[in-house]
Design a protein around this ligand. Structure first.
Ligand SMILES: [Zn+2]
Length: 153
């Protein structure tokens, strides 16, 4: 994003807020050169988005499915609803750049797990247990010991 004042391309996001109940995101940005602050909005305009399931089936993209999946994983965890919306928006921007209009559910799931891992380990394990389809306690404890090793680094 280019600074409207000095035109440098080096700007950073200092705050993100949900607008229009999840259909838009307002971001407060600051220029790294001149410190000028400005606001941008991102809106969802795509209506031709699809997901590609692991068995190859193609389904119409449904944002609320991702939001609900994350919300279930975050139940009773200190994660606000807005935070979840922002995670989903960030992920969509990232994978739409890469995959255009057909988003593999595998990639969406991996992005969600990466984000949750950084903000809440419990929510991460819950999400991973559904997403990775843990079959028994051993799968679960393997995931948890991997998490422990990573956080020891
Ligand atoms: Zn500037």
């Amino acid at each position: 994003m280019q600074c409207p004042k000095c035109n440098t391309k080096d700007t950073r996001v200092i705050d993100s807020r949900i607008a229009k109940s999840g259909l838009a995101i307002r971001r407060r940005r600051q220029c790294a050169e001149c410190d000028h602050r400005f606001t941008t909005t991102e809106e969802i305009v795509r209506e031709d988005l699809f997901v590609i399931k692991s068995d190859g089936r193609r389904e119409e993209f449904d944002r609320s499915k991702i939001v609900n999946g994350i919300r279930r994983a975050c139940e009773k965890r200190p994660i606000e609803h807005d935070q979840i919306e922002i995670i989903v928006s960030d992920i969509l921007v990232a994978i739409e750049n890469e995959f255009d209009s057909e988003l593999p559910t595998r990639v969406i799931g991996e992005h969600v797990m990466n984000r949750l891992k950084k903000i809440d380990k419990i929510a991460y394990v819950r999400f991973a247990s559904v997403y990775k389809d843990f079959h028994d306690l051993e799968d679960l404890s393997r995931e948890i010991s991997e998490l422990k090793m990573e956080s020891d680094v």
